[in-house]
Design a protein around this ligand. Structure first.
Ligand code: ADP
Length: 466
């Protein structure tokens, strides 16, 4: 691993821009989906990129060796290593790519005096309990919530839970370990499942947030903070209901079909939440539920959209989200912040059953659907596929572009219908395994009543939040 030799060919591209080269540290997890998009953008811009990551593995090919090896489980130590390298050759900016690198990015940038989010703000975004507390203090809508640990007695905790409720580990991503429970029996099952998952992870995570289920459709906002001012880059609708018991993401479509008034409320809520967390600079990705009382924040992450979903975003003529983010970080000219005119969408393919992926059928047929621009399967044949709530990999992505969000959504659904997967469950013979459509796994916990209303922040509720 080196401290960052330049990537061949970048300088020339940079000269074409007529700007002084900038040196950017991109922090990303080794298992990130985002490396290719960021490295393509960096090459195109001609910036000097060094990648900080937890394993040399697959990333070092893309970076041509310009990589810093970090222990992401030890943010302070990793930040020190970054600071030492920067002392020899400074970085102009640090860009955070993944949840796993958020805190390291803020620590290193703060110590180097770069414009960045504070370490406290980064920590809040990575802790679902601290995040709820910050929203509560700021007077934003939030569900009733409590924090418990894996050592708690689930029977006792179930008596205090606001049903229907959601249980989730404080620091996971991509809906991993997020489970809805409608009654005490489901609560205990969910609790035990999360506790077993955290124990199997072996990372010492022990805390779980229990909060009221927030009813209503979900949206995601992609934004860029510039020294505290939010620019909205895209607002995605999620047209499939996400009612649990697990919360596998499927379709994202932009522009939003919600009314102007609702969209303004969403933006205002995200601005207030970002301020409540103390976020100031760089990309953010926010998820919200539109409850009957108004938008409720699920999370605001200090990074851009995950998976391969950024393929759905294009700015101006052909600027990618990653190019926009790198231009912003490097203080280069940003020709536009406006997304293209077209409607666009991505579908994350849910994992229909656990096992080993043997065959993918119908990819050509899916690609033949009008408006569909891509279909990528991201789990290699022969590799295990693990559904939520334990899984942490996407099966694949489908992309479509069109005139309206309606036709984009219809194209994604049609492509999805044409794709089938043969996944061999443990103990099953290859030829016994059915070919299945990538719909979320059959519901394991029975579903019941609709959601309870969310409440406004009141100091007395702080007492109930341990
Ligand atoms: P992660 O950071 O792992 O994605 P989130 O807290 O954002 O975890 O939750 C993931 C998904 O679970 C959300 O997008 C949403 O669909 C669902 N979810 C989480 N909390 C709630 C809640 N209180 N009410 C309703 N749905 C929820």
């Amino acid at each position: 691993m080196s401290d960052g030799r330049p990537i061949r060919g970048r300088r020339r591209a940079y000269r074409e821009l007529g700007e002084a080269p900038r040196r950017i540290l991109l922090l990303m997890a080794a298992k990130t989906y985002r490396a290719k998009a960021f490295m393509t953008a960096a090459r195109r811009l001609g910036v000097d990129v060094v990648v900080g990551s937890d394993e040399p593995g697959p990333l070092s090919r893309r970076t041509n060796g310009a990589q810093i090896g970090l222990d992401l489980g030890r943010p302070a130590r990793s930040a020190t290593k970054i600071v030492q390298i920067a002392e020899e050759r400074p970085f102009d900016a640090i860009v955070n790519v993944d949840d796993a690198t958020t805190v390291v990015a803020a620590q290193a940038a703060t110590r180097l005096g770069l414009v960045s989010n504070s370490v406290d703000a980064a920590r809040i975004t990575r802790d679902k309990y601290l995040a709820r507390r910050a929203l509560q203090r700021a007077g934003l809508l939030h569900p009733r919530f409590r924090r418990i640990t894996v050592d708690a007695d689930p029977k006792v905790e179930a008596r205090r839970a606001p049903f229907p409720c959601v249980l989730k580990p404080v620091a996971q991503s991509a809906s991993r370990g997020v489970i809805r429970a409608n009654d005490p029996t489901e609560f205990q099952a969910a609790f035990q499942r999360i506790a077993a998952m955290l124990a199997a992870d072996g990372k010492g995570q022990r805390k779980i947030v229990v909060e009221a289920f927030i009813p209503g459709p979900e949206v995601a906002l992609e934004g860029l903070l510039d020294r505290g001012t939010l620019r909205v880059l895209a607002l995605f609708d999620k047209p499939d209901p996400l009612d649990g018991p697990f919360f596998e993401e499927t379709i994202y479509v932009t522009p939003s079909r919600h009314s102007e008034a609702v969209q303004s409320q969403i933006v205002e809520t995200v601005e207030r939440a970002a301020a409540a967390f103390g976020l100031r600079h760089g990309p953010i990705h926010a998820e919200l539920r539109l409850s009957p009382d108004g938008p409720v924040i699920l999370e605001v992450a200090a990074r851009s959209i995950g998976g391969l979903c950024s393929n759905a975003l294009r700015f101006g003529v052909d600027m990618s989200l990653e190019e926009l983010i790198l231009r912003h970080a490097a203080d280069l000219e940003i020709p536009t912040y406006d997304r293209e005119q077209a409607a666009s969408g991505a579908m994350m393919l849910p994992i229909p059953r656990g096992g080993v992926l043997r065959r993918v059928l119908g990819r050509e047929e899916a690609l033949a659907v009008r408006l569909v621009e891509g279909a990528e399967i991201t789990i290699p044949i022969g590799q295990p596929v693990v559904p939520l709530p334990e899984g942490d990999r996407y099966l694949g992505f489908v992309f479509a572009r069109g005139r309206t969000p309606e036709e984009v959504e219809a194209a994604l659904r049609e492509a999805h219908r044409r794709l089938t997967f043969q996944i061999v469950a443990p103990g099953e013979e290859d030829d016994e395994a059915p070919c299945v459509v990538a719909t979320p796994r059959s519901i394991l916990l029975p579903l019941a009543a609709p959601g309870v209303p969310v409440r406004r922040s009141r100091a007395r509720r702080a007492a109930s939040a341990s």
